[in-house]
Design a binder for this molecule. Structure first.
Ligand code: MG
Length: 256
């Protein structure tokens, strides 16, 4: 299934796409339990939103082998987990705001997992049955602040500026998270071309690890880390994160 959340004439709804270009409107706001209303609306007539409105976001750092090899560091012994607030979430087509006073902001294209079924201490073998689907994410980072934060052992504020968590454009179910290509472009130029088979900790391992401590809830999002090639952006740039089988998340960078 392909799910979208969208706004039309000020009304926010969810829907599914079976034929390109046409949304079949669903009732309610929960993809997992929603039913078709019988209404359809052309994709061209709506503004797509982040598939999840106010997700808890778990981010994962240092999770691609290729990146670690380039930096000549060994893989972390356990997943490096941080969080991003829902207030950082924007949707496809929304602006990324380059904070006033910042000198360096990095984009990071990432496969983002959306949880569909709650669970605590989920086994790796069962983990994918707790997934609703997958979307594209951009884990934006204020780089100067990140390096300062890491010196005191944290990584929170640098990841959490408003607009620093674009998600979308759609949520796709029933794809294999271990076999996806993650491509990022800045102003049309390819900067990242990674594959999720290169993840140090795969999606089932991340779900098992996080749910050891926290009951995962429907709508939670896990941003799985970024492949090699992430780097600086500036106001005026157009950023695209494209994941095979999902689509392309596009955002423009503006100055605060
Ligand atoms: Mg990241």
């Amino acid at each position: 299934m392909i799910f979208v959340r969208f706004e039309k004439a000020g009304v926010v709804q969810i829907g599914s796409i079976e034929h390109e270009g046409m949304i079949r409107v669903l009732d309610g706001d929960d993809f997992a339990s929603a039913r078709l209303t019988g209404d359809t609306v052309p994709l061209a007539n709506v503004r797509l939103l982040s598939p999840i409105a106010r997700p808890r976001i778990f981010g994962i750092g240092s999770n691609y082998r290729h990146v670690l090899k380039e930096m000549n560091v060994s893989p972390p012994p356990r997943p490096l987990v941080f969080t991003k607030p829902w207030t950082a979430v924007v949707g496809p087509g929304d602006d990324i705001v380059f904070p006033k006073g910042s000198s360096e902001v990095f984009f990071e294209g990432e496969l983002s997992v959306v949880i569909g079924k709650a669970g605590r201490r989920i086994n790796k073998a069962d983990a994918l049955s707790h997934v609703l689907g997958y979307t594209c994410g951009n884990d934006l980072t204020e780089r100067t602040l990140q390096l300062a934060e890491l010196k005191v052992g944290s990584m929170v504020l640098s990841k959490s500026f408003d607009t620093f968590a674009p998600l979308g454009p759609r949520l796709v179910t029933d794809i294999d998270p271990s076999d996806l290509t993650v491509v990022s472009r800045v102003n049309g130029e390819i900067r990242q071309c990674g594959h999720t088979s290169d993840l140090v900790f795969d999606v089932p391992t991340l779900i098992a690890h996080i749910s050891d401590a926290i009951t995962l809830q429907p709508g939670d999002v896990i941003m799985t880390g970024t492949p090699a090639g992430y780097g600086p952006i500036k106001p005026g740039d157009d950023i695209e994160i494209e994941i095979s089988g999902i689509g392309t998340l596009r955002n423009h960078v503006v100055v605060e």
